[in-house]
Ligand binder design. Structure first.
Ligand code: GLY
Length: 352
């Protein structure tokens, strides 16, 4: 797989990725390497990773507990303390080996430790390969509010080894698939068509194309002033639903992708109602989402709480919720304001 060049770093793939990582470590003369894992990537991915590392640098392993619930400042404090006790300095390199929680949190920890040390992302889930590990967004949640604290900071490189996908559950693969559908609907419909027709999916090619798209968008608009907002399609309602399900004791947690898939159905409905997005495509999107993710019950009694979470969306300005909507496949309109009744209708459409 051809490497992808971003502004200040490359995304490298498979075996070549390890060679590039070893070269990077040698050329930068790091004082020590810190590998951040959770219990799952420690058990399932660390062995493969370490076999491929060729270095004389001292290596320290730091493990945090997996799960979105741990993507918070307390966990960061734990990692900062561990790094301090283990002698990390400004020439240390932090390597994040894991899913979106590890790469987002690890990038934030590195970018703020002693005013910033280098880090490398090695995503092990589909979601982190196609989205979280690329593009320089780092951060943690504040309570259940997603990614409220963070900063933009680029890694030194990203290494995508699709063999790590053998270590994750089908549910996690479906979660990452939602982001690929998002790239399809907003940017390159062939990705959506491939998922829709779902036979002979070449996952490596889908990952490579998804990263190319994300990279093109981020190169054009690194700080999300305009074009990058399209990557939030499905995420406005999706994040609110994800947060609500995370907090509610009556609800089973949803994966990020499951919530975003619901969000894409709702926001396609808004697109159809407000911007003339074709109804046939809307019905199609709903059908594809239901066939992959099944149906999640969102009851009338849940609406108020979900609307409350929408008020805290990071993209809101002056108290107004901002949506990215579609005028057609691959055609987006950013900064759309939507009345509350329409948002409720969109969830009812998903339910119907
Ligand atoms: N996950 C959306 C972005 O990186 O902009």
């Amino acid at each position: 797989m051809k490497s992808i060049k971003s502004a200040t770093y490359f995304v490298h793939f498979e075996e070549n990725g390890y060679q590039e990582l070893n070269k990077l470590i040698a050329s930068k003369s790091y004082s020590s390497l810190f590998i951040l894992v959770d219990e799952n990537t420690h058990e399932c991915c660390y062995g493969k990773f370490i076999q491929n590392l060729v270095t004389y640098c001292p290596i320290e392993l730091i493990e945090i507990e997996s799960g979105e619930i741990n993507k918070n400042l307390n966990t960061c404090v734990g990692v900062w303390n561990a790094m301090t006790e283990l002698g990390a300095d400004r020439k240390s390199l932090l390597i994040t080996l894991g899913g979106g929680v590890i790469t987002d949190l690890g990038g934030f920890v590195a970018a703020t430790f002693k005013r910033g040390i280098d880090f490398v992302n090695i995503p092990t889930t589909l979601l982190s390969m196609v989205d979280a590990s690329v593009g320089g967004k780092t951060g943690v949640d504040l309570g259940v509010l997603k990614n409220q604290i963070g900063l933009f900071a680029n890694p030194e490189m990203v290494l995508v080894d699709t063999n790590y996908l053998e270590t994750v559950t089908p549910r996690e693969i479906r979660s990452g698939t939602a982001e690929i559908i998002k790239y399809g609907l907003t940017y390159d419909v062939s990705l959506y068509e491939k998922i829709k027709n779902s036979n002979n999916l070449d996952i490596t090619k889908l990952i490579h194309r998804s990263i190319e798209i994300k990279n093109e968008v981020v190169l054009e608009d690194p700080k999300e002033q305009h074009l990058r907002k399209i990557l939030n399609f499905g995420h406005t309602i999706g994040h609110a639903i994800e947060s609500y399900f995370l907090e509610s004791e009556q609800k089973e947690n949803l994966t990020h992708g499951e919530a975003i898939a619901i969000g894409m159905v709702c926001e396609s409905f808004l697109s159809s109602q407000l911007l003339g997005f074709p109804k046939a495509e809307l019905d199609n999107i709903k059908q594809v989402v239901l066939s992959i993710y099944g149906k999640t019950e969102i009851e009338k009694g849940d609406f108020d709480a979900i609307l409350e979470y929408l008020k805290h969306d990071k993209k809101n300005i002056g108290g107004q919720v901002n949506f990215v909507l579609l005028t057609d496949l691959e055609q987006t309109k950013i900064d759309c304001k939507v009345a509350t009744e329409k948002i409720i209708e969109s969830i009812q459409f998903y339910n119907s």
